[in-house]
Design a protein around this ligand. Structure first.
Ligand code: MN
Length: 225
């Protein structure tokens, strides 16, 4: 072997000693109307679109390195869906049975880098994917949590509320989103889907305390160093 082999990224599971191995990380863009508007888009006319992050961007550490080549890292709090089963061309009504559980995550974005990429019609990938780009809470199995479809989704920086929405404000619901995603490629057990962020995205500086949560699901606390 050319280099020592390594294990897949795994996530803690609330109430269990076993861990959840992650295969791919998909993210939905502009899935809350007010956030679409704050990014300069009309939420009524656009179907969902997707981008990705490396699984290595996930972290369950409470302190993370502030990424390089940016002075404008933006927070996006999101409900994350973890898939226990996959498939292609899933029907919306078949999605729930494929869901293992849920977590709260932050889709950190090097917004200055992303803005340049957008302007030059270049990929977003490295503006969205870097070590520490996706802090995430332990997974909560749907077997105990159920399937949250409403509830406050919020984020605070240094105790000041920056994002304050509700899961019921998603433009494309979780079942529809996963079903549409499964038309792009076969989904696989271990895939994660970040389901979009409410309005109020903005910068986080080194050292600032970030708290984020979905009421009834989980709360996440972290800071960049
Ligand atoms: Mn996002």
């Amino acid at each position: 072997m050319a280099i020592p082999s390594f294990e897949p990224v795994t996530l803690a599971i609330q109430g269990e000693s076993s861990r959840f191995p992650v295969r791919r990380v998909f993210c939905v863009g502009r899935n809350y109307a007010e956030h679409a508007r704050e990014m300069g888009h009309d939420p009524d006319r656009e179907p969902p679109f997707f981008f990705g992050k490396d699984a290595e961007a996930l972290s369950q550490e409470s302190t993370l390195p502030y990424p390089s080549l940016t002075e404008d890292v933006h927070h996006e709090v999101e409900l994350v869906v973890a898939l226990a089963a996959g498939g292609r061309d899933l029907k919306a009504e078949d999605v729930r049975s494929a869901i293992y559980g849920y977590a709260v995550g932050i889709d950190y974005t090097r917004r200055d880098m992303q803005s340049v990429a957008k302007k030059l019609a270049r990929p977003w990938f490295l503006s969205k994917s870097f070590i520490g780009a996706a802090p995430i809470t332990p997974l909560i199995p749907a077997a105990t949590l159920g399937h949250p479809r409403e509830g406050r989704i919020w984020l605070e920086v240094e105790g000041a509320v920056r994002q304050d929405g509700n899961l019921n404000q998603m433009i494309w619901g979780i079942e529809e989103t996963v079903a549409i995603l499964s038309t792009y490629d076969e989904l696989l057990p271990g895939d994660l889907v970040f389901t979009g962020t409410p309005a109020g995205v903005g910068p986080v500086a080194r050292g600032q305390a970030v708290r984020a949560g979905v009421d009834g699901v989980a709360t996440l606390e972290m800071r960049f160093t």
